[in-house]
Design a protein around this ligand. Structure first.
Ligand SMILES: NC(=O)c1ccc[n+]([C@@H]2O[C@H](COP(=O)([O-])OP(=O)(O)OC[C@H]3O[C@@H](n4cnc5c(N)ncnc54)[C@H](OP(=O)(O)O)[C@@H]3O)[C@@H](O)[C@H]2O)c1
Length: 297
């Protein structure tokens, strides 16, 4: 199988190249300078060169807050980009695996979102990603739309590395405790994506690590696992205003993935521990993470 991965220098892109590269597949990863997904010429050129059976689109405008001031740029990458890729994939009968986000939901739910739940994004980033999903569905039935959440991995930048840095710099961390989701490690997500592509099933999927927590619970677990002692104070979203509004509840039910006979992804705390271990940040005494998991997704 010939695979093309866009956004190959991002957190997920890097992880996927490593996972897929270890398989028997022919894998080509293209970075932003090598392929701008918002440019039809750029996409046509790379598709002609690689002639992929599968395209995995990891390219994204992923800065949630900056998107509020850069609507056109966010939509160009997150909506026009997937549309252009879907058009080329449809023309060549290739499968498009497109990565999306929990931020397409408004977070008004109190139980995990199913794949067919109605989307209602709160900010520009979420709206651009929801538009990207619509574009892909409208253009090519041969697609996988995979929503994930609270992603971290590789070099970042991400919440885990930021918390470790701030915990070393500051005497106290103040972290939002009224937004709930499932922190997801690229090291668990990438092999699941490889499996999904191999299976070839089409439609919309949710793929996150198991369990859920708040940003505050996640931060406490990071600090504890890294062997740091700084207090982590719980605050409300109102006490930490950001340009973009975020869903208070963004837990995703991974039912479509399980229906294919796949086991749930590991518990989020296991992903965190393994990520920290690989980066040489796991404290030797951190056998049990301090977690506040709710219902498993
Ligand atoms: N990070 C999260 O918490 C999170 C949560 C839910 C879903 N997701 C989704 O998961 C996917 C992967 O996210 P990630 O965390 O790996 O993102 P990331 O680390 O920000 O990587 C995105 C990559 O896309 C590239 N890119 C930006 N504009 C591009 C363009 N016009 N053409 C080609 N490449 C472009 C970026 O390159 P440059 O930096 O060089 O521009 C970057 O390497 C995205 O679809 C994202 O929306 C992420």
């Amino acid at each position: 199988m010939r695979l093309l991965v866009t956004g190959a220098h991002g957190q997920l892109g890097r992880e996927l190249i490593g996972v897929l590269g270890a398989s028997a597949h022919h894998v080509v990863g293209v970075t932003h300078p090598e392929c701008d997904v918002a440019s039809p010429e750029s996409i046509a050129r790379i598709m002609e060169r690689v002639r992929p059976d599968v395209v995995i689109n990891c390219a994204a405008w992923s800065n949630v807050d900056a998107a509020e001031q850069h609507r056109d740029e966010a939509f160009a990458v997150n909506a026009t980009g997937p549309r252009l890729l879907a058009l080329e994939c449809a023309r060549r009968d290739a499968l498009l695996c497109h990565i999306s986000t929990d931020y397409v939901f408004d977070g008004a739910a109190s139980s995990p979102y199913r794949e067919d739940a109605a989307v209602h994004p709160l900010g520009v980033y979420g709206a651009s990603k929801a538009a990207g999903e619509d574009e892909v569905r409208a253009v090519s039935p041969h697609h996988q739309i995979v929503r994930t959440a609270w992603l971290y991995g590789q070099e970042g930048p991400n919440f885990v590395l930021t918390m470790v840095r701030l915990a070393r710099e500051r005497g106290e961390l103040r972290v939002v405790a009224d937004q709930r989701g499932a922190p997801t490690w690229t090291g668990h997500l990438a092999p699941a994506l490889a499996r999904l592509v191999q299976l070839g099933a089409t439609g919309t999927f949710h793929l996150t690590n198991g369990g859920d927590t708040t940003w505050h619970g996640f931060a406490r677990a990071i600090v504890a696992a890294a062997g740091l002692t700084v207090p982590v104070v719980a605050i409300t979203t109102d006490e930490y205003p950001t340009p973009a509004q975020r869903p208070p509840y963004a837990v995703l039910d991974n039912a479509a993935w399980r229906r294919l006979g796949n086991p749930p992804l590991p518990y989020w705390g296991d992903g965190l521990r393994e990520y920290l271990r690989r980066r040489g940040l796991l404290s030797h005494g951190a056998a049990d993470l301090d977690t506040d998991s709710g219902a498993a997704s």
